[in-house]
Design a protein around this ligand. Structure first.
Ligand SMILES: NC(=O)c1ccc[n+]([C@@H]2O[C@H](COP(=O)([O-])OP(=O)(O)OC[C@H]3O[C@@H](n4cnc5c(N)ncnc54)[C@H](OP(=O)(O)O)[C@@H]3O)[C@@H](O)[C@H]2O)c1
Length: 202
């Protein structure tokens, strides 16, 4: 398979890219990292990336930002960071990318546990994650040529514990192998419209 991984050099992305690179042709995209440059917050940049890369069998997005701050400190513009990047970035990746995915191919997006179990300072991140879950459930009804779409929603991942653990008191970090398997299930499985939740909160 030819697999385009946006954010494939990031904390989660590099583990996912390493896995798929063993057996597949992987192209990594990022704003400054990877084989091809893209800013998913800019739809012209997304279109240029697909023109450069051409047809693929799978698009995986493990990128997208949202502002983390106390709700009473969030400006309207702060909310637009997440709306433009993590939400519309991933929506536009699918909207534009559907013409570049081969029949039977797939999209895999990324959200996170905040959609279901938010923590303090995540009104924006939680909101866009929830919106992406709804988008995936609706888009799977309309994608043509057998193209599938799923989203991987994991808890705080082991490799990001140092950066984020203060925000997630009492959360059990998710081993990277389990996170990678969420992406494998989406790309190599047959499911569509799935929110692949990888949480450890019991
Ligand atoms: N870390 C966690 O525990 C965790 C858990 C659940 C969900 N998530 C979600 O998973 C995603 C990745 O998290 P991460 O921890 O792996 O992040 P990360 O280490 O910051 O990596 C993000 C990657 O995405 C690329 N990127 C960021 N913004 C981009 C943009 N606008 N256009 C194109 N590429 C962009 C970055 O490359 P460039 O800098 O070159 O652009 C980088 O390769 C995020 O959406 C995050 O919310 C993370």
């Amino acid at each position: 398979m030819k697999i385009l991984i946006v954010g494939g050099k990031g904390t989660i992305g590099k583990k996912v890219s390493d896995h798929f690179s063993k057996k597949h042709d992987v192209i990594i995209a990022g704003r400054s990292s990877g084989d091809v440059q893209v800013d998913i917050a800019d739809s012209q940049s997304i279109a240029a990336m697909f023109e450069a890369v051409g047809k693929v069998d799978a698009v995986v997005c493990i990128a997208g930002e949202a502002k983390w701050a106390a709700f009473d400190a969030m400006t309207e513009e702060d909310f637009y960071i997440g709306l433009r990047s993590k939400l519309m970035g991933q929506v536009n990746l699918v909207r534009i990318g559907q013409a570049y995915v081969n029949a039977g191919g797939s999209f895999t997006l990324t959200t996170g546990i905040l959609a279901d179990d938010p923590v303090v300072s995540t009104t924006s991140a939680a909101m866009v994650n929830g919106a992406i879950h709804s988008f995936v459930k609706a888009a799977c009804l309309e994608l043509k040529n057998g193209i599938r779409i799923n989203v991987v929603s994991s808890g705080l991942v082991e490799d990001a514990v140092e950066r984020y653990e203060a925000y997630f008191p009492g959360h059990n970090p998710i081993p990277m192998k389990k996170v990678v398997n969420g992406y494998v299930r989406s790309v190599a499985g047959k499911g569509t419209g799935e929110i692949i939740r990888i949480y450890d909160n019991r």
